[in-house]
Design a protein around this ligand. Structure first.
Ligand SMILES: *Cc1c(COP(=O)(O)O)cnc(C)c1O
Length: 417
């Protein structure tokens, strides 16, 4: 059994952690309760019924379940409307769908949070030579870098005074970068400033890993369109695939027409008998996020107590996403750590992790994903681009108990030498 194999000193620190982390865990519980209220209320307001779980095939006409699911996502995210579909196969797909629907030849987009997430680089045309990139379709890209982990307000305001920018993109979570993730209060400050000088620019937020971590979502503070993955927070560890886009009704209409066809928009599309699973996923999402957050806090605490440097965020730092990073310095350490997490996972625990190319990503990746849903990162997982400074990104955990066992077992093996 695993518990017997865990190093005794580690167990002792873990037991102490329950006392030290009590207040932090309580704050996480409070956010979960608050967000659960919003979600249960949305289910009741939308009259979700057993009949909404009916399996629709073919064109999926008149699927009330699909419509109600999208209404619930809109409410949760503080938006007018949403598109939540298994045909949107991931967060990356949702981001590309949004950008390609909203940007036309001659338009300019600006990233306000520095270089965008790795899987966006080729779609924008920052790298690669795809004939389907935004750049190939005549869209210009600019970037304003963060300063001290925060927006460069002056530069952003100055640039947006001229009304020649169609869309700005903000990435809430750090992605594979070493910066801090951007809290909702920072997002709110910059969105307010943007609106003072520019009424028209579309404000888009890549919300991946951020959903339900705070009491508000980007839609509540003025974002026009918000995008994410169902293999992460809002899938609740239950959705088997998918992505979402939520936002202003007119913008969602454009994304829907881009996904299906002009004239069809949101009205068609079979959900492959997954309505029940999507509803259940989003219903369980506050709890999944709560457990993922506690797992991240617990991991940070253990790593700090064991003397690991470069743990971010620190266990007692404010969080706006479920990501925990650990800088490991060498490829060997990175692979070793990932291997230990893989060996302590419920699925494929016997598998060897190795750096390998991943579609859409510029560097080789090494990933521990011993998960029920392939590649799911709301389940306990650890991944990294194999590039200096060899930072490991740890996230997820469906229950704190399972995370504790896995992390302690993994740490035991890492420290064994
Ligand atoms: C994970 C992630 C994405 C992409 O989502 P996938 O479902 O993995 O395609 C985009 N942006 C950020 C910040 C992410 O963390």
């Amino acid at each position: 059994m695993i518990l017997e194999q865990i190093d005794e000193n580690l167990l002792k620190i873990a037991n102490e952690s329950d006392v030290v982390l009590k207040d932090i865990y309580e704050k996480i519980d409070d956010v979960c309760f608050y967000n659960s209220n919003r979600i249960l209320s949305a289910f009741i307001e939308n009259n979700v019924s057993y009949s909404d779980f009916a399996d629709m095939n073919g064109y999926g006409s008149y699927d009330s379940g699909r419509d109600k699911l999208e209404a619930i996502f809109a409410t949760i995210l503080g938006c007018e409307d949403a598109l939540v579909r298994p045909q949107i196969m991931s967060g990356t797909n949702a981001l590309y769908l949004t950008l390609s629907a909203l940007l036309q030849h001659g338009d300019t987009m600006i990233s306000l949070s520095g270089a965008p997430y790795d899987s966006l680089q080729e779609m924008i045309g920052i790298s690669g030579e795809s004939s389907q990139s935004l750049k190939a379709h005549g869209v210009s890209y600019e970037q304003i870098d963060l300063v001290d982990n925060d927006f460069d307000d002056d530069k952003i305001v100055e640039r947006l005074k001229k009304n020649d920018v169609k869309l700005v993109e903000i990435q809430r979570s750090k992605g594979y970068s070493s910066r801090l993730s951007l809290t909702l209060s920072k997002l709110e400050r910059i969105i307010t400033k943007i609106r003072e000088v520019n009424k028209d620019v579309i404000i888009m937020v890549d919300n991946c890993y951020g959903e339900l971590v705070e009491k508000k979502e980007p839609g509540h503070i003025g974002a026009d369109i918000v995008v994410g993955s169902l293999m992460k927070n809002l899938g609740g560890g239950i959705a088997p695939t998918g992505g979402y886009i939520a936002g202003r009704k007119d913008l969602i209409f454009m994304c829907a027409e881009r996904l299906t066809a002009p004239g069809i928009g949101k009205d068609l599309g079979a959900n492959f008998n997954m309505n029940n699973t999507f509803f259940k996923g989003v219903f369980m999402a506050p709890n999944a996020v709560k457990n993922a957050l506690k797992s991240a806090v617990f991991s940070a605490y253990m790593l700090e107590k064991l003397g690991f440097n470069n743990v971010s965020p620190r266990y007692n730092e404010e969080r706006t996403d479920i990501i925990q990073t650990l800088e490991l310095g060498t490829e060997e350490n990175l692979v070793k750590f990932t291997q230990a997490i893989q060996n302590s996972s419920p699925i494929d625990s016997f598998v060897a992790t190795m750096p390998a190319p991943m579609p859409g990503y510029p560097h080789d990746e090494v990933m521990a994903a011993g998960t029920f849903t392939s590649g799911s990162t709301i389940e306990l997982s650890a991944d990294a681009p194999v590039v200096a400074p060899y930072t490991l990104y740890i996230q997820g955990g469906l229950t704190l108990e399972y995370s504790k066992l896995s992390i302690l077992f993994a740490l035991t093996n890492v420290l064994k030498k």
